[in-house]
Design a binder for this molecule. Sequence first.
Ligand SMILES: [Zn+2]
Length: 557
Amino acid sequence: MSRRPVTLPFPLAALAVLAAALPAQSPFANRHELPEDRAEGGHSVTAEQCKQWLYTLASPEFEGRQTGHPGFRKAAEFVAAHFEKLGLEARGEDGGYYQTVPWSATEIDGEHTFVKFEKAGHEPLQIPAERLSGYVAAAESAAGPVALLVITPAEPPEPPEPASDGRRRGFRMPEIAGLDALDLANKVVVAYLKPSDDNRTNAMVRFSLRRSLAGKNAAAVLFVQQDEPEGNLRGASGSRRAANPAAAGRRRQPGDTTFGGSDLDSFLALAGLDKKVLEGAELAPAIDLQATVEIATEDKQAPAMNVFAVLPGSDPNLRDEFVVIGSHLDHVGMRGGLHPGADDDGSGTTGVMAISQMFASNPVKPKRSVLFVCFAGEEDGLIGSGYFARNPPIPLESIVAELQMDMIGRDEEANAESRTTAERNEKAEDNRDTLHLVGTRKLAPALHELCLAKNEQAGFVIEYDQEGMFGRSDHANFARMGVPVAFFFTGLHRDYHQTTDTPDKIHYEKLLRVASYVYDIAFDLAQADDRPLIDPELWAGMRGKGSEEPAAPRMDK
Ligand SMILES: [Zn+2]
């Protein structure tokens, strides 16, 4: 018994069976009718399947999918296995589904890492790597006389008043009185921060100290504390792009290698100092010790890959042209607790998995080829898609459009980035049918028109008020090279980049509806005789262009 007396087009039987099997609020109810040539594939995915994929992507086991970390590799293997199960073509390295993105993980070489304190006529104190903790940006090898600093935390200045957009700017760091006057050149600084009850104060004083010491030409900087250090020395991980100023900047900042507990007692004993010195007001008590700091690291390629697969086109004349369907696979990981990233961008990756199954299951194979890709390093600055655009596994000229899904599983509502009164009054329940279309009016009018035409069936309330988000997801790297793009986005919400962006808050019917809409657009792009052309005026107005000429053909040439 079907729910609604409907005149079902071909293929009837399959649809009727599926519709009957699903819960009342079947996703079919929401999903627009698909043209006959693509309906069977389009209806081969259920909201329940999407739920299973997204719960896996957002699971603790994937540790928030931070690029360069084991959780990201698990997510990449999960998506690659999906592509393989669908029989999609592997065109990556070694016949696989990966394009490795240079990403270095600085690993600590424990065998050659230690801190040593010496005093003539005394047994030296050598602290091995396993009794050190902290974050290491680069290898370090230094020696020199010790300068002990005893830091009394000053109350951080009151945070500035929020500006009209609700944001606070111009935080001032707590000053460390007397530090400027000290000559610490070529010395090994051992800094002891008197603990304050407020962790924010501790963190800000530590940050302020590291920044102030950056200009003092110290040979090395170490921190010492009362308690045994927690955790180990951790290396940095980041995109291995020589020109990456962020990486370079990170390398210049002193590390925060820390020792403590019983090693603090041994350190003071060797120096002949009483523990009371750590309670005194004196910033730099006299001390007579030599120190050697050896932090050895190894740079290794960390887990960072774009995961992609191809459905070859059926037309020999058009199969060397591609429709690209993308999302980003990564999220921010475990910084400050597990960040599941269910909506950002677990929902988009689930969309890519859904659409790849739609195409793979559909009897009619479109003329052009379709490339499905989940990028790495988006949260670190669109790194994976930037690498893909600079080292494309298929010619950029052959890409007729890049369709990007990033956050397609929720309803827009007021959030931390809301600026205007209207934005602050956004309610999720008012946005059940809302979808933002971003970037479609930037390059190729035909793509914009196609999206609008297809929405007549999809039935979304399309909004264009988020062009400000244009540069904030992977499609931007394609647009800059002159590839037409369409970015699909259901809007920001209170859980954006929070540990609360969890899979139980996702609207799976809506997610599947967006995926079906994108599938329908992609199918048309892959079937049409003509491809969207670049409007020369729009191209001329495009900021941050990555090349003189657009990769896609222009209207005027
Ligand atoms: Zn995102």
